[in-house]
Design a protein around this ligand. Structure first.
Ligand SMILES: *Cc1c(COP(=O)(O)O)cnc(C)c1O
Length: 313
């Protein structure tokens, strides 16, 4: 598997494109919970989510190749990350999105200069179209999570946590397809296996939890406010890594996700999206034992006009 050196090399390679995010705490949340709580705010990352790490890792792994363009299928944060990378390298990109994607996300992708191709709402239609474009136009397809280079890129968050030098008992990580979790778990376990790595899913969209219980990849029908975590089945590459490296998976309820968003907004002045709030929700549920806990807040992209509606309930 991956070693510390792998993650150090990727971190150096992607550093021109990616921020090293800080690690922040809140005295009032510590008092509320009886643990020391920390947040790794990838909502402050370029493009508003960690996805830029994986996209930058994949693209920079192709050095020396003549890259004509990049293509992917995603209406969300991954689409923005790929469009951003293409712009940074002055190459073209095509992002395949469903025809029901929110206008705000389409705008964000266009703002990075990407071309948009719209297809029907099914995720397999999107994927097929992206693969066709990749073949016909010789554009490089950038997978959202099921790829070793992408996983290593996401794992650089683990390296930053280790390099922080502060004692850590547990790290909480949101799960969609499992790229973020498998990257962070691989990195942390390669360097300091005593740190517990916990994956977090919404109760209404828990394909990784269900699959780990079953011992094989299982399909589910996702239903959650956390739009970045509506994954039908875990990745082929990410699933066995999660099986081997991750200590536990915790489920959180929709109300707990909203409460976490509200607390982080109120106490830490950070705008975080529901997908990024699940790790905070899980961390808040921990028994108060003076432990050092870190929640990776994976992103902060959401329609700001919806914030009041989300946190009102
Ligand atoms: C993509 C995404 C996730 C899930 O990441 P995976 O690597 O697919 O598990 C979580 N949070 C946000 C904000 C995302 O954009």
């Amino acid at each position: 598997m991956f070693t510390k050196i792998d993650f150090e090399q990727v971190k150096a390679r992607i550093s021109p494109f990616v921020h090293e995010t800080s690690i922040v705490s809140s005295q009032s949340l510590n008092e509320l919970t009886g643990n020391s709580l920390f947040i790794k705010p990838e909502c402050l990352q370029k493009t508003g989510s960690f996805k830029i790490r994986g996209a930058a890792s994949k693209v920079t792994s192709l050095q020396g190749q003549n890259i004509k363009g990049l293509v992917t299928a995603s209406s969300g944060n991954h689409g923005q990350a790929v469009a951003y990378m293409a712009k940074a390298l002055s190459i073209k990109s095509i992002i395949v999105i469903p025809n029901n994607a929110p206008e705000a996300k389409i705008k964000a992708i266009k703002a990075y200069g990407a071309e948009i191709v719209m297809v029907g709402p099914k995720s397999n239609e999107r994927l097929e179209m992206a693969k066709d474009i990749s073949q016909e136009m010789e554009y490089i397809y950038i997978p959202p999570y099921d790829d070793y280079e992408v996983i290593k890129g996401q794992g650089t968050i683990g390296l930053e946590l280790i390099n922080w030098g502060h004692s850590i008992d547990k790290v909480f990580v949101p799960i969609g397809g499992g790229g973020l979790l498998s990257g962070i778990a691989s990195c942390i376990k390669a360097i300091n296996p005593k740190i517990k790595v916990i994956g977090v899913e919404p109760q209404g969209s828990c394909c990784m939890y269900t699959s780990i219980k079953a011992g094989e990849r299982k399909e589910i029908s996702p239903d959650t406010i956390a739009d970045g975590l509506r994954t039908v089945i875990p990745g082929e590459i990410t699933f066995p890594i999660v099986q081997k490296k991750v200590d536990d998976i915790i489920l959180v309820e929709e109300g707990e996700i909203k409460e976490a968003m509200k607390l982080v907004l109120e106490r830490m002045k950070l705008v975080i999206e529901p997908s990024g709030a699940v790790s905070v929700a899980a961390m808040l549920k921990e028994k108060g034992e003076g432990k050092n806990l870190v929640a990776v807040v994976s992103g902060g992209n959401l329609d700001i006009m919806k914030i009041a509606e989300i946190i009102a309930k």
